[in-house]
Design a protein around this ligand. Structure first.
Ligand code: NAD
Length: 363
């Protein structure tokens, strides 16, 4: 790589880190925003461990249907019995002044109900992806938070991950020339007997769960919403895992600027990557949206180089502190409910395209 190129990447890197710093939001000293976690499953367990890395956020309450989990995690994180709730008495959270934010980490079909209940209890809401199981539910959630005067953010953690932030910055600056094509592949081999494979709780298969990372990446790398969608689905319905949800669904997106994206979503093969290809080369992340271990390669002027990026703070803590900063400073989150809604509009179009075997145009 030529020195001039290195300098340009480093300048880009500086800009990427500036993005990271700006998403963190400086907050008044002393006050930390209190989070209640709803649903104490596997991802919630990871999130609870991340408050230790936070500067502006703290864990103050737990909500679960399993008394044993309330006791176990309550003791582990020093949450008193007065701050532990069942689903039935969840609405009492309105009387708890320590809780600023309710973080919904439940199966997808429960996101809307608990977001609306939290907003009615006067709390800000962080909700996991996918935001809900339909566009209609997303709209209801946004309206409920707006009516309550509370903020809503979706758990799109990659926006707080430095490699993704740099990729966005380099793509927007045209470091490998104007973007022409994006490829984004996400998938894993789904284990049987879980709510993800039951449409009633998940709302759909791989696309709702993991393919959404491919879709969301194309939107944050372009800064655009697709105007045309084409999809094909391949599901072996004799596999008991896929009795009610799809396995593989591949989709092609066309963006207003003319950029095309080809995306993979799979519950039977392992992928975690994207590549932004411009007129002069490409920027690739693999893994792209894993919890850690991101790796970047850049090809420009016929040469390919690995690019490492400092990671001053993990993406989970970055996400929690970003929302805390928004509340403390009265600013809007980087990934509000409207972002979840935008993805859900495309998800519905992808399903429709696969079902009807035709291109779908989005207004
Ligand atoms: P999980 O199965 O490990 O946990 C779900 C929790 O919900 C469990 O504690 C379960 O007891 C509880 N629950 C309440 N009602 C339930 C019901 N009717 N059926 C099943 N469980 C019920 O799932 P998870 O992997 O923690 O996923 C939870 C949410 O977090 C999902 O929306 C998922 O998409 C999201 N998630 C996000 C990420 C990310 O990286 N952003 C990673 C994993 C999961």
């Amino acid at each position: 790589m030529r020195d001039a190129d290195r300098r340009t990447i480093i300048a880009g890197l500086g800009a990427g880190l500036a993005v990271a710093a700006s998403t963190a939001c400086a907050a008044p000293r002393g006050r930390k925003i209190g989070y209640a976690i709803v649903g104490l499953g596997r991802y919630a367990e990871l999130i609870m461990s991340k408050f230790a890395e936070c500067d502006q956020s703290r864990l103050v309450a737990l909500v679960s249907g399993t008394p044993e989990k309330l006791t176990r995690f309550g003791e582990k994180y020093g949450i008193p019995a007065s701050h532990r709730y069942s689903y039935a008495d969840f609405d009492r959270i309105r009387d708890n002044p320590d809780v600023d934010v309710v973080y919904v980490i439940l199966p997808n079909a429960l996101h809307a109900e608990y977001t609306v209940r939290a907003a009615k209890a006067g709390k800000h809401v962080m909700c996991e992806k996918p935001m809900a199981v339909s566009v209609a539910e997303c709209r209801t959630m946004i309206a409920a938070c707006r009516a309550a005067g509370r903020k809503l953010m979706i758990g799109y953690r990659s926006r707080f991950e430095p490699y993704n932030q740099l990729a966005i910055d380099l793509a927007k600056k045209g470091f490998v020339g104007p973007t022409r094509i994006i490829t984004a592949d996400h998938g894993f081999n789904a284990q049987p007997n879980q709510w993800r494979l039951d449409r009633k709780w998940s709302g759909g298969g791989s696309l709702m769960d993991i393919g959404i990372y491919s879709l969301n990446a194309t939107r944050y790398l372009t800064g655009e919403d697709p105007v045309e969608v084409s999809a094909i689905e391949s599901t072996d319905r004799s596999d008991p895992r896929f009795a009610t949800v799809e396995d593989r669904i591949s989709f092609l997106l066309r963006f207003p600027s003319g950029i095309e994206a080809t995306c993979v979503s799979s519950y039977s093969s392992n992928h975690n990557m994207y590549r932004v290809t411009g007129t002069q080369g490409w920027i690739e992340l693999e893994p792209a949206t894993a919890y850690e271990g991101q790796a970047m390669r850049i090809r420009r002027d016929g040469r390919t180089e690995a690019q490492s990026v400092p990671v001053p703070k993990g993406q989970h803590a970055g996400q929690l502190d970003h929302f805390a900063g928004c509340i403390l400073n009265g600013t809007d989150p980087l990934v509000p409910g409207e972002e979840g809604l935008a993805d859900m509009r495309v998800i519905e179009a992808i399903y429709r395209s696969a079902r009807e075997g035709r291109r779908i145009t989005l207004g």
